[in-house]
Design a protein around this ligand. Structure first.
Ligand code: SF4
Length: 107
């Protein structure tokens, strides 16, 4: 099967992002860069959220290490968040094989 034959949800270049809350400093840089993807919860730590349907609020994924899809239009903002995150705890990985492509463990 080629990548063209896969549905959008199965695209081999699809990315997802997760946060290691153990290292999060709670400064909120990620939530400033990409508020559609990152949000601080009442515990002062950042969590990810999936894309919201039009007119709806996306649920915050408060399970530690939960991953959310990275919408392509927000990729630059998510990558900037990972680059500037002082806790070095934002990880962007390929859905297909789990390989980290942006973040502290990226090659
Ligand atoms: S930028 Fe990093 S350290 Fe700062 S709130 Fe976001 S995940 Fe936490």
């Amino acid at each position: 099967m080629t990548s063209q034959q896969r549905s959008a949800g199965e695209r081999t270049d699809a990315l997802e992002v997760w946060i290691d809350q153990d290292l999060c400093t709670g400064d909120g840089i990620c939530a400033q860069y990409a508020p559609e993807v990152f949000e601080l919860d009442i515990d002062g730590l950042a969590y990810v959220k999936p894309p919201a349907a039009a007119g709806e609020e996306a649920p915050l994924l408060t399970e530690p290490g939960a991953a959310a899809p990275v919408p392509l239009p927000l990729l630059d903002d998510v990558v900037s968040s990972a680059r500037d995150c002082p806790g070095e705890c934002i990880h962007v990985r390929r859905v297909a094989d789990g390989a980290e492509v942006y973040g502290p463990k990226a090659p």
